[in-house]
Write a protein that binds this ligand. Structure first.
Ligand code: TTP
Length: 196
């Protein structure tokens, strides 16, 4: 199996890769994310590609680069990380008591500098939240959890108590649809060549 490079600073993505038994190094993209007027699925596909391509430029040897990007979508609005606490409140106030979508895009770049193959895919998970009072939202914001998370919540953390149901891959909400990624990396391989 070729060396895998995770092009992400997200500790959640690293944890999920480890959980899947994948052996990898981390190399973080430093390019500013170029956001455009795209639909959420197109947005996460493009941003995951930007991250993977930026890191791929630093590796001439034969390897596999994985980039990912996660956004929340609600009322035709794309929610990334909140700019500040007020913004986190606005996002959580919008999301509470209803259903929204979480999209994660993944780009896999394989090969060496001479010949590279790019694969891009995206997963959608629907998340339904219980109603939250303003006090519940502010108490949650004070935990500090929303700051670095798309949509201002972490399903894997304290926000778990506000989740009524989900439809789709849980890990996709946490930032990486690791099953789909593992299946892709292992597709077409003989049993003895699997990365388990
Ligand atoms: C909705 C949700 C998002 N998130 C996180 C996943 C992502 O880390 C983050 C969205 O930000 P991203 O820009 O996708 O990723 P990142 O900035 O953390 O890392 P990098 O750009 O280096 O790859 O939100 C959770 O951890 N739990 C959740 O429930």
């Amino acid at each position: 199996m070729r060396k895998i490079i995770l092009a992400s600073a997200s500790p959640r993505r690293s944890e999920l890769m480890k959980q899947a038994g994948l052996d990898f190094d981390v190399c973080v993209s430093t390019k500013e994310e170029k956001k455009g007027p795209w639909e959420p699925e197109e947005m996460v596909r493009r941003l995951s590609r930007q991250k993977a391509q930026d890191v791929a430029e630093r590796y001439a040897e034969d390897c596999i680069i994985v980039g990912a990007d996660t956004v929340v979508s609600c009322d035709q609005e794309i929610l990334g990380k909140p700019a500040n606490d007020q913004d986190a409140f606005r996002m959580l106030h919008m999301l509470q008591g209803r259903t929204h979508e979480v999209y994660t895009g993944v780009t896999v770049i394989e090969g060496s500098a001479d010949v590279r193959k790019e694969t891009v895919f995206a997963e959608k998970t629907e998340v339904t939240m219980y109603p939250m009072t303003d006090k519940m939202i502010w108490d949650y914001i004070r935990t500090g959890e929303p700051a670095d998370k798309a949509g201002a919540y972490g399903i894997q953390g304290r926000a778990a108590v506000f989740i009524r149901s989900i439809h789709g891959d849980y890990n996709n909400v946490v930032g990486l649809p690791v099953a789909a990624l593992w299946q892709y990396l292992n597709s077409g391989k003989e049993e003895n060549d699997a990365t388990l």
